[in-house]
Design a protein around this ligand. Structure first.
Ligand SMILES: [Zn+2]
Length: 224
């Protein structure tokens, strides 16, 4: 039995156990999972969201409706069970969010994907914007001068600037950084990790950034 289709809603996926009707979003759209107090935790896909609903771990949902999932037929009513999956879901249980303070014992793992997003895909020396494959991780204070592979000592840089700087500090190379590197808080990190973050998810995450977050200014200066 296929679910009823209203308006321009489209069936994107259909398998034996359940069906998914999207409200115009690709099935790869990520859902923001928070704890019950609303602290952001992670991104999940619709399958994980279905599992969370099925195991009754979803306390409430907000944001926009992304998908309607059709499950098995209820023996009592003869109707198929449906679950609405929204863009933000709050779940019960352990939080896992280390809090909102910068440098309060939590350092997110450093990887180029989130680093380049932190720096808005700009080379922080020449200010030009590049695609992922054309950017590199520059160590502001080079390893050879005691610099570390740490959020506060790395920026995204184009190959040319990285080569020109070589194993020197910016001062020694006569180059100036366009912005100060910083370690993201947990909410900032979740935001940076997101692929195709929806407007309501972005608004939600931004509300959990510290007031002093450099991302407020960066997002205005360099819209992504
Ligand atoms: Zn450059």
């Amino acid at each position: 039995m296929k679910p009823e289709i209203h308006g321009n809603v489209q069936v994107l996926d259909w398998r034996d156990d359940f069906g998914v009707v999207s409200q115009g979003y690709p099935l790869s759209q990520q859902i923001l999972r928070t704890d019950v107090s609303g602290m952001p935790l992670e991104w999940v896909d619709y399958r994980e969201a279905a599992r969370l609903y099925h195991t009754e771990q979803v306390a409430y949902a907000c944001g926009t409706l992304l998908y309607r999932l059709y499950g098995g037929t209820c023996a009592k009513t003869g109707l198929r069970t449906t679950v609405d999956v929204n863009s933000i879901i709050a779940t019960l249980g352990h939080t896992g969010n280390p809090g909102n303070l910068r440098g309060a014992g939590y350092t997110p793992p450093l990887n180029n994907q989130t680093l380049f997003r932190r720096d808005a895909y700009l080379c922080l020396y020449c200010g030009a914007r590049f695609t992922y494959s054309l950017l590199s991780r520059d160590h502001v204070t080079p390893f050879s001068r005691g610099g570390q592979d740490h959020w506060k000592n790395v920026v995204s840089a184009c190959r040319r600037c990285n080569n020109a700087k070589a194993s020197r500090t910016p001062e020694q190379a006569g180059m100036q950084l366009l912005a100060v590197p910083f370690t993201p808080t947990y909410a900032e990190y979740i935001f940076l990790k997101g692929r195709r973050v929806l407007a309501d998810q972005m608004e939600y995450l931004v509300a959990h950034f510290p007031r002093s977050s450099p991302l407020h200014e960066r997002m205005q200066r360099w819209p992504m």
